[in-house]
Design a protein around this ligand. Structure first.
Ligand code: CDP
Ligand code: MG
Length: 698
């Protein structure tokens, strides 16, 4: 019997196919690993559903979309990209023949923009809905809005769309109620008990200071030497930590004497495997392969292994208690990727991974007190904690003007919606009436954050996109600079990186990115060039691919009738930085005292240049800078920095203070009439304060 026939879902195949046929909306729930993601699309395919259109399955994470598609292609014995394919941002592995398409939720959102009836699809499966990613939440609302009215569901389509919503948690009543009390199909699953123990390494006061990487390594090795055979899954937060932990594990595992040190004498070795989002796919595949006989597998993973991917054979969990999460930081008014304690429900989910096929054990490195005092009950959905700018623009482009009363499964705070509208207005993506401008329509086509999109479009209108597209690509991939762990090597890498910065002529981190891109691309042996310069070759390779795709999109936009054309008479270096200003004027800071800068966005945060910047220690020569992002520790650091002149942003900065909240809250509900806009304008003229124009030019 094939492996897939042992999965819990298999016994319910016929009923499931019937359930999908019977109603347009269906919620499917079942323990992680029961076979929902890999099997249900195959069942529907076998049932002949694809004769009327494709099956699209969304995943919040790109790695999940890719690896699951690989797995399903293998099970269906077809070449990946033929009947089974995947599409994630900047990587489309589908063809005309593709009928089972795995994709990220963000990709489906883009497809709705182009075709709101999703005419190519027969079934759309929103998977991993319990993760509550921003795009999945928006898709839920959109699918409800577009397809829940039976009269509308078929309009423009030959057959109604089938929507299946899959979730690993049992909180399905809420989902079903949201989708008009649609039926719920629960796949009964079997789980085994998992014994959890708390540790002593991380207490409630230790959030920032503790070295939890060392601790998880210690605990994992302890499991390896004192517990019976069975694989280990370690949860950490991100790539660099995972690599660090794997290095430590290799080092320590070397010195184990298997004759004396190991309790279970059937265990004779440790196979250490990292697992994180940006890993090469061939390495990812290895994770799912069983370890050789007498070898214990130890997977060191991000949260991706909590629900998106199931690894068979895991018996022990080592839980760091932390996760990397994108949160809106009101101190600086930006989204920041930060390490935070996981929620209790998340911790239970992690522990559950050890009890899939037999009883397991979970070792938490944190104390009971940490659990009680620092870990929230549930994870807050992304829609309630991150910037909504891109999402609101998407909704507006779809003609949904009432972004406040949009059907959200959980409503974001109104101030976050207003903040998004304000940003869109500042970027000229919407006008005062709340209507999407021509620029807004162009911005939404670029799979980039709004500021970067605007900078790229500015460059394109000036005919110098060759300067900005490589930068946009480099900022869209993982970090390209290698930071070796060893201090001597670190010094060597620093010297090389500095040299690259100097080579770009004008000290400016964006220009360094451009230089690295160009130098590597024109080298005869690019991978060797990267090695010599301590640059991640894999990241650069993806940047090359991303740049090509961005080029195609921009070329397509430029062919549109009204694409703006501008000219500029001046030096290339200035042109480059002026284009950056067009997108990053919301991230401008002016030097105050010493090394400190003050941001100009109304938050007036005090920030400093991060030591990784080529402008670190050059502060004395700088007055005005713009930056790509910030890092918040006890201080706020700006990263990827570029010196600018006040003149270049002088006309843009007032826009940051132009709209008031009253005005925005009307725009948030409807398109506003001309009279109302006139009223605001006259009110504004009356109270126009000279404060912005008095910002002195230093
Ligand atoms: O979606 P759900 O969590 O219910 O289960 P699934 O992801 O469909 O996983 C079903 C089985 O396929 C599990 O035993 C996984 O280990 C296996 N699988 C795999 O071997 N390789 C993959 N790339 C994905 C899943
Ligand atoms: Mg799944």
């Amino acid at each position: 019997m094939s492996e897939s026939k042992h999965l819990p879902i298999y016994r319910h195949k016929a009923e499931l196919i019937q359930a999908v046929k019977n109603s347009n909306f269906l919620v499917v729930t079942g323990e992680t690993g029961s076979g929902k993601t890999t099997q249900l699309p195959q069942y529907l395919y076998q049932a002949g559903i694809c004769k009327d259109g494709k099956i699209g399955i969304t995943q919040p994470r790109r790695v999940a979309a890719i690896t699951v598609a690989q797995r399903v292609a293998q099970e269906m014995q077809c070449t990946l990209g033929r009947e089974v394919g995947y599409q994630v941002r900047f990587d489309d592995c589908t063809t005309q023949d593709t009928v089972v398409k795995y994709m990220t939720d963000g990709c489906l959102l883009r497809e709705i923009l182009a075709d709101s009836l999703l005419s190519q699809y027969r079934v759309v499966i929103l998977d991993e809905v319990h993760e509550r990613s921003l795009s999945t939440d928006i898709l839920l609302g959109l699918l409800k809005k577009i397809f829940s009215d039976p009269a509308k569901a078929t309009s423009g389509r030959s057959v109604p769309l089938k929507v299946v919503v899959m979730s690993a948690t049992l909180d399905t009543d809420k989902l079903s109620a949201f989708l008009g009390d649609c039926p719920v199909f629960a796949i009964p699953g079997r789980t085994f008990p998992v014994t959890c123990t708390f540790g002593s390494a991380v207490g409630p006061k230790d959030i920032e200071s503790t070295n939890y990487v060392k601790e998880v390594v210690k605990v994992a090795l302890n499991v390896h030497t004192t517990e019976m055979a069975g694989d280990i899954l370690v949860f950490l937060t991100g790539q660099s930590e995972i690599e660090q932990a794997c290095d430590l594990l290799y080092e320590k595992a070397e010195s184990i004497d298997y004759r004396y040190d190991v309790y279970d004498q059937t265990v004779e070795g440790l196979l250490i495997l990292p697992l994180y989002g940006s890993m090469p796919t061939d390495q990812q595949r290895q994770i799912f392969q069983p370890a050789p006989p007498r070898i214990r597998k130890c997977v060191v993973a991000t949260n991706i292994a909590a629900t998106s991917l199931t690894i068979n054979g895991i018996k022990y969990i080592v839980d760091s208690g932390f996760v990397k999460q994108l949160n809106h930081n009101s101190r600086v008014g930006m989204d920041i990727l930060e390490v935070v304690p996981i929620s209790k429900s998340e911790a239970q989910q992690r522990a559950g991974r050890a009890g899939r096929t037999s009883a397991g054990k979970c070792f938490r490195i944190y104390t009971k007190e940490f659990w009680e005092k620092k870990m929230p009950e549930f994870t807050v959905p992304e829609i309630q904690r991150t910037s909504l700018t891109s999402v609101v623009l998407t909704l507006k482009c779809l003609g949904i003007h009432d972004v406040i009363r949009f059907p959200y499964l959980d409503c974001p705070e109104e101030r976050f919606i207003l903040e998004a509208l304000k940003q869109l207005y500042q970027f000229d993506a919407i006008d005062r009436r709340g209507r999407v401008t021509q620029l807004g329509e162009l911005m939404v086509e670029l799979p980039l954050p709004p500021g970067l999109a605007r900078a790229v479009l500015k460059a394109a209108s000036l005919g110098c996109q060759d300067l900005l597209l490589p930068v946009a690509a480099m900022l869209s991939v993982e970090n390209i600079f290698i930071r070796p762990g060893h201090p001597n090597k670190q010094k060597e890498a620093d010297i090389k990186h500095r040299a690259l910065a100097t080579r770009s002529g004008s000290m400016n981190d964006f220009a360094t990115l451009l230089t690295v891109f160009q130098a590597c691309k024109s080298s005869d042996r690019p991978s060797g060039w990267c090695k010599d310069n301590w640059i991640h070759w894999r990241a650069l390779k993806s940047a090359f691919a991303v740049e090509t795709q961005l080029q195609e999109i921009v070329a397509h936009l430029q062919r549109k009738r009204d694409f703006p054309v501008e000219t500029f008479d001046g030096q290339k270096n200035e042109l480059f930085r002026r284009c950056l200003c067009a997108g990053y004027f919301t991230n401008v800071a002016r030097r105050s005292v010493g090394k400190a800068f003050c941001t100009m966005d109304g938050h007036g945060s005090i920030v400093q240049i991060h030591p990784s910047s080529s402008l670190f220690d050059q502060e004395a020569e700088l007055n005005w800078v713009l930056f790509h992002d910030v890092l918040v520790t006890s201080r706020v650091y700006i990263r990827t920095v570029c010196p600018i002149q006040y003149e270049w942003v002088k006309d843009l900065l007032p826009k940051l203070h132009e709209v008031d909240v009253y005005e925005l809250s009307s725009v948030a509900r409807k398109e506003v009439t001309d009279e109302e806009v006139k009223k605001w304008e006259s009110r504004e003229a009356a109270k126009r304060r000279p404060e912005v124009s008095t910002v002195d030019v230093m």
